[in-house]
Design a protein around this ligand. Structure first.
Ligand code: AMP
Length: 341
């Protein structure tokens, strides 16, 4: 069971988490015009758009015909998180008259692509963005929700305004203690050990693993820190850094059966000290304070990982907390559409 916020949903009651009972009131799509395509994935096509009523830029996420419960889940999560710090805000939900296309209209972020950004981040930038991301996650977790797909592609950063927004809530799920969840979530390089060994009773802490991976990428200036070619190789990459003794202790503590046909996964590896990744290019970022925080995030045992709240209290963020952390981040305005409960 999660060390924190285990009863967040029970306390709020069914109307908060029972998204299948949630009735969405759809607006007409006429108000929004497509400007250009931004990208797309398995579940959606994403466009930059214009709100023709106020001229604001927005993002139009057209959902591919997916199970209605998935649309309800993503919409309910975003509605519950209205006003959350550093979480993308949902402006509207629209459906065409034929009821074929469902789209989420969200706030637009003038994002710098990760492959352009990670080599340019200063020590102060990393502290600020990590603090913003952890603040978002603490809020989200305290509201009983796991994001389940934290990765650079889902963390939009407007570097000029120093504004960070966590996007893509399509895999987010409500956390209930002692519940089994699908382990086929997340993106390979950011998947936590529990996902890779098929342990289904995971909790919010999987988001802290993914955040730790992003943090390692930032401080060591690597595009992705653990870069496995497939799920088994992903676990191997992690074992070669954290060591097999810790892996075995984790499996034993949770009684997780683990068998593999892959000889390398059954091999024995010494832990590699974090300082081994420090070089002349990243030494100014990967200093002892940064490495201490990283070490407390990237643990096999989910209970050993810092929670988002604990991580924000780390001395690494001392200066960010003093300057307010959020000072350059504008407050969310009320999304202003009728309640859909
Ligand atoms: P996704 O399918 O959610 O990964 O989105 C595809 C791409 O659209 C992302 O990689 C981003 O480049 C872009 N995108 C998604 N949401 C936003 C947003 N709110 N603001 C700016 N760009 C976005």
């Amino acid at each position: 069971m999660s060390r924190v916020y285990a009863d967040a949903n029970a306390l709020r009651g069914k109307p908060w988490y029972d998204y299948n009972k949630f009735r969405i009131e759809w607006s007409s799509p006429d108000r929004y015009e497509i400007v250009r395509r931004l990208g797309g994935g398995r579940y959606s096509e994403v466009f930059e758009g214009t709100d023709t009523v106020n001229g604001d830029r927005c993002v139009i996420k057209v959902l591919k015909p997916v199970a209605s419960h998935k649309i309800k889940r993503e919409t309910k999560v975003l509605r519950n998180l209205a006003g959350a710090p550093n979480v993308i805000s949902l402006i509207d939900v629209v459906r065409d008259p034929s009821r074929v296309y469902h789209s989420l209209i969200t706030e637009y972020v003038d994002n710098t692509e990760w492959n352009q950004l990670y080599t340019r981040l200063t020590d102060a930038d990393i502290r600020r963005y990590m603090f913003q991301l952890l603040t978002a996650l603490d809020f989200v977790h305290s509201n009983g929700i796991m994001h389940r797909d934290v990765k650079p592609g889902n963390v939009m950063i407007d570097h000029q305004r120093q504004k960070l927004r966590l996007i893509d809530w399509g895999l987010a799920e409500f956390y209930h203690p002692d519940t089994e969840y699908h382990v086929r979530v997340g993106s390979r390089h950011y998947k936590s050990p529990e996902l890779l060994v098929g342990y289904k009773r995971y909790d919010y802490s999987l988001d802290l693993w993914a955040t730790g991976c992003m943090y390692a990428a930032m401080i060591f200036r690597k595009q992705h820190f653990f870069r496995g070619a497939d799920n088994d190789d992903q676990l191997l990459k992690i074992m070669k850094v954290l060591g097999t003794a810790k892996f075995d202790a984790y499996l034993a503590a949770y009684g997780i059966p683990f068998e593999s046909d892959i000889e390398d996964l059954l091999g024995s590896y010494q832990p590699r000290p974090w300082t081994k990744f420090v070089n002349s290019e990243n030494a100014h970022l990967a200093h002892s304070g940064a490495i201490d925080l990283l070490d407390r995030l990237l643990r096999f045992d989910p209970k050993e990982r810092l929670t988002a709240k604990e991580a924000t209290m780390h001395s690494y963020f001392g200066t960010v907390r003093v300057e307010g952390g959020q000072s350059k981040v504008e407050a969310h305005s009320d999304s202003g559409f009728a309640s859909m409960d």
